[in-house]
Ligand binder design. Structure first.
Ligand SMILES: [Fe+2]
Length: 258
């Protein structure tokens, strides 16, 4: 019972995004969202049910802008969250206002949007993806993070990639090789861990034509220049190396287990 309560409380604390923005699988669907707060270190934002009320909104960070120093700097975090992420939210809401009536109902959760992605205009794809991807990204980092994953995720990484170092190498390679702007991902695809990347603000949940990466996100890394240019300029490899010091593996583990 105690374990169940602990897990429920953890999920309650971790499933939240904000008004209009909880991401969740069926497990998380049963978790009520506390408004607009990401209060603990071990928070996870699982993609799917952004529970729309009136407008999508910017979630608060679960830590201060300088909390990831010296690995990710305060100025980058502040601009990334308060300007870039806010712009995706603002433009998503604007784009929804221009939708045909038959699509408005489908726009009330990001899960619905991603499942019917090809029916929506480009602005919904870019800004809905931007809102979801960044929300997930914030939850997958924490102060004093890093180290190695434990539990079932740690076991799965070991059995899939042979070693944690090999996993890091492959994920870092995917992050480096994404041309231009995009995201690197660790996903569960057909029951297996898979590393890949997506362009722009696309993500593996979007039902799109073509061979793009599909699956349920476990780990995400923003490789847009806006995520690292202030501190690292053009040195994406340095930023990727820094990321490993702030990964919130407990959050990734919760996504994996859900
Ligand atoms: Fe970003």
């Amino acid at each position: 019972m105690e374990n169940n309560n602990t897990r429920r409380n953890f999920l309650k604390q971790t499933a939240i995004l904000s008004t209009g923005t909880i991401i969740g699988s069926s497990l998380f669907n049963s978790v009520l969202a506390a408004e607009n707060n990401l209060k603990t270190e071990n928070q996870v934002l699982e993609p799917e049910n952004f529970d729309f009320q009136e407008n999508y909104s910017l979630p608060k960070l679960p830590y201060s802008y300088d909390a990831l120093e010296p690995h990710i700097d305060k100025a980058t975090m502040e601009i990334h969250h308060s300007k870039h992420h806010q712009a995706y939210v603002t433009n998503l809401n604007k784009a929804i206002e221009t939708l045909d009536k038959n699509l408005v109902e489908h726009s009330k959760s990001l899960e619905n949007i991603f499942e019917k992605m090809s029916k929506f205009p480009e602005a919904i794809r870019n800004n809905g993806g931007g809102h979801y991807n960044h929300s997930l990204f914030w939850s997958l980092m924490k102060p004093n993070g890093g180290g190695t994953p434990k539990g079932k995720l740690g076991d799965a990484i070991m059995s899939t990639f042979g070693s944690f170092d090999e996993f890091k190498k492959q994920f870092s390679d995917a992050s480096m090789k994404r041309f231009g702007s995009g995201w690197a991902w660790l996903v569960v695809q057909d029951g297996k861990l898979v590393i890949g990347s997506t362009a722009n603000q696309d993500n593996p949940l979007m039902r799109l034509r073509g061979k793009g990466l599909k699956g349920k996100p476990v780990l995400a890394l923003d490789v847009w220049e806006h995520a690292y240019y202030l501190k690292n300029q053009n040195r994406r490899a340095d930023y990727i190396a820094s990321f490993w010091n702030v990964v919130n593996w407990e959050a990734a583990e919760a996504l994996f287990n859900s």
